[in-house]
Design a protein around this ligand. Sequence first.
Ligand code: CP
Ligand code: NVA
Length: 306
Amino acid sequence: MSAAIRHFLQFSDLSRDELEWVFERSRVIKDRFKRYEFYQPLADRTLAMVFEKASTRTRVSFEAGMYQMGGSVIHITTGDSQLGRAEPIEDTARVISRMVDIVMIRTYGQTKIERFAEYSRVPVINGLTNEYHPCQILADIFTFFEHRGPIAGRAVAWIGDANNMLYTWLQAAECLGFHVRVSTPPGYPLDPALAPPGPHFSVFPDPMDAARGAHLVTTDVWTSMGFEAENEQRASAFADWQVDADMMRVAARDALFMHCLPAHREEEVTAEVLDGPQSVVWDEAENRLHVQKALMEYLLLGRAVH
Ligand code: CP
Ligand code: NVA
């Protein structure tokens, strides 16, 4: 394996300087896309996407993004590949990475994507694991920037589950210098292995306290993929961890609302907030396309681009 290969398995895999580069490239690439300018720096490159969980946004944004940059895409799932018949992930990585230029994986445990990356000859991108969702947070921070400017020094309220989105927000806060105000229900505490205490976050038992004064309020489904057996139990535990208009009122006057989607209206967020004027969820979803094009460009071409 060449030492030059860079992966994006978690948010902290890129330095602050590299993230700033990727955000600036996202802006350039988005502007060109909006102007219908031809930009195909990844002609002849192939992306393999491996999905072990369902997806709408991640699949469409990576697939459209790679085609728009001149490359091609191969989509495989557990069910239609030998992964579903117990071929070891290390062997799968060795084989796929001899045939394509970059790989995106959505799977369960983070260790699985790490094992894949260890045996891969090409860059590997995390398209969501149980622990992290770094591409989504790239899009969310880029979206915040577009609406409100730099996120450094701002307060982000996280209301809900201690899940992959939260742990990625925490990594981003540490790296980019903002603060996360976290509130999770009793029985759903943060995992200290994924969220070692630090000055970049505070925990509040009452979700209203977490939201107070925040510049961005964000939440996610009560039950993430892979935890469906806990649905009923979570529905009662999380009932008060719903972002509603009262909660948005205690946040900063110009606070934004974000949700990675898919959302469940009247569960983790009311329709009034999700579809209301402070919500930027559709921009967040669109920006997956632009930031991931910039990310693939960076991982494959570095800074040698125009
Ligand atoms: N937000 C997100 O990753 O959506 P999908 O599950 O549809 O890819
Ligand atoms: N936390 C959610 C995010 C979905 C995009 C999940 O893992 O299912």
